[in-house]
Design a protein around this ligand. Structure first.
Ligand SMILES: [Zn+2]
Length: 257
């Protein structure tokens, strides 16, 4: 018999949920309890009607996500939030969420695992957010176009595609940084320049980041917010299987972004 509490305590310990700071409206850890013991686990990037339906269809009663159910602070339970909660409660499905702690984890994190998928080996941290480096950086000698091609192939496996800012086809990437999700920001661009990085790999970013990038000596590769955050939750599924002997399934629900 495996309780939600036992799984959540272990995930909180591994992910250092209580130590890694996050945005004030992020709720890391258990977001919704259930009553029965956990028989099977679903993992997904987002907590949406689609992934909740996928969880129920898979016969799972714990949904582990990167973007949880609760954002934006106190709010009335109506509309889309009501529908999500109703489906979860009606099927006795618990929700566990891990945002920045999962981005930042040195083995199970979205950033370190994305680096591995792209054939890049990190040698340091990057993207300081709320006092913690949630991204990774490293060195290589690869054509930037080759990294774009690898990022595009990865994104396409998750219903997306990679875009990149303008760069010379013969350009070589020597110092790169990765920040998954909405990783192109004023802060990460500034940090990239300070660290002497030449290539930034992110999920997405505002239009102005593509305008500024060439003038800052940067190539930015936008591999998709969704795609770049598919890896951490799957690593958590593997951990739960390994340590608790429970089956798990990744509920793919691409957003197109
Ligand atoms: Zn995200």
């Amino acid at each position: 018999m495996t309780t939600l509490r036992a799984i959540a305590d272990r995930l909180d310990e591994v992910l250092r949920t209580r130590e890694i700071p996050d945005y004030p409206t992020a709720v890391n850890g258990i977001q919704l309890e259930n009553r029965s013991e956990i028989r099977s686990v679903a993992v997904a990037v987002d907590c949406s009607q689609k992934t909740i339906e996928g969880t129920v269809a898979a016969g799972a009663n714990l949904l582990i996500v990167h973007h949880g159910l609760l954002w934006g602070g106190v709010q009335p339970i109506r509309g889309a939030l009501y529908e999500r909660l109703y489906r979860l409660l009606a099927n006795d499905v618990a929700v566990y969420s891990s945002h920045l702690p999962l981005d930042a984890h040195p083995e199970l994190g979205n950033n370190v695992l994305l680096a591995a998928k792209l054939g890049l080996v990190p040698n340091g941290g990057f993207a300081r957010a709320q006092g913690t480096e949630i991204g990774v950086r490293g060195e290589c000698a690869l054509l930037t176009a080759e990294i774009v091609a690898r990022a595009d192939a990865f994104a396409k496996r998750h219903g997306g595609h990679a875009l990149a800012t303008d760069f010379d086809p013969s350009r070589t990437t020597r110092r790169w940084g990765i920040c998954s999700g909405g990783g192109a920001s004023a802060e990460t661009l500034r940090e990239a320049v300070t660290l002497g990085l030449d290539t930034l790999i992110v999920g997405e970013g505002p239009h102005w980041t593509a305008v500024d990038a060439p003038e800052l000596g940067l190539a930015i590769i936008y591999a998709g917010h969704y795609a770049t955050e598919t890896l951490g939750v799957q690593a958590l599924g593997q951990l739960v299987e390994r340590e608790f002997g429970l089956p798990w399934r990744f509920i793919e629900a691409p957003t197109g972004l």
